[in-house]
Ligand binder design. Sequence first.
Ligand SMILES: *Cc1c(COP(=O)(O)O)cnc(C)c1O
Length: 387
Amino acid sequence: MAHIPYGRQDVTAADVAAVDAVLASDWLTQGPAVPRFEHAIAQACGVRHAVAVSSATAALHLACLALDLGPGDLLWTSPITFVASANAARYCGADVDFVDVDARSGNLSPAALRRKLEAARTTGRLPKIVVPVHLAGQSCDMVAIRALGREFGFRIIEDASHAIGGRFEDAPVGDCRYCDITVFSFHPVKIITSAEGGMAVTQDDALAARLTLLRSHGITREAAQMSRASDGPWYYEQATLGYNYRMTDLQAALGASQAQRLVAYVTRRTELAQRYDTLLESLPLERPWQDPRTQSAWHLYVVRVDAARRRAVFEALRVADIGVNVHYIPVHTQPYYREHLAARGVHCDCPEAERYYAECISLPMYATLRDADQDHVVHTLAVALAA
Ligand SMILES: *Cc1c(COP(=O)(O)O)cnc(C)c1O
């Protein structure tokens, strides 16, 4: 059997033609393909505004800035995530702390969040922003998290890097009914790709305007945003300190072309997840628990095995050329964050995150994974678990 990765992109002839057309056009950097891609994602999510940027990391950074996160402020997120969810706050000079995860889903736990908020209220160190991460494509319990946001006065950025095309309570992830801003990633391992790329979506007009300003140096050419009358057709103003976080038209054309297959991709991933659920039923492992209020986008299919055997099972799969992975090493245990927490005398109490990390293995999951390859993965896993 050929190498089977844990995730991979699917680039079609139509995608190549879409990118070719941009190369032959007048725009290479942000041009007409960017609003086309933004419109496609806004439509898919049922949201008013979508702002394309160079990566989800950039989108998280701008989302924090748009919500006025700065030095002295606190952002809380899940430790079972990619480091970028936390780094966004550090770029703004804010401090980061971590909330333990739910034992079953690995998503930020509303119960742990409440406990931590109540403790923080007594010390006056409440978070300004909480970033729930929809791990593996399954939405967090956003009803509970939003209720806590109202009670304790924090803003919410959903890190939906895994979850485009997923649903919660019968509505698409990204419609922002439970948050201020939702962020997506279009890195090649994610559900759809623009090579590098990300997007911030929001229902809030003012936040959308701020995100748009910040992604391109803080520069505006819109009369309504200017401090004084224009000097002429060349005139622009820098209203604030922004960045060059623009997406290129090449990336946006690829993303817009891929977005047409979003539903088909999530349908195939869901089918593969159901096949795994059936095929793995009798093996000594835990299959991914699903909250009945969610429909996952199935970015990852994560099984949990006895911690004492995880490494041997993982290595047996890798030896068989099956590209399993581990998502994630808890962010609070990374040397950078150990130091960041220790410098403030903060102890991160996240036993469920550490247990999750010790047990998890991400099996191959991508839209073009064939049934026969999946059968081979399951067979190899069964042999490894029996050893
Ligand atoms: C991939 C990912 C990111 C970062 O995405 P980029 O587009 O590569 O910057 C952030 N958060 C999570 C949870 C991710 O999986």
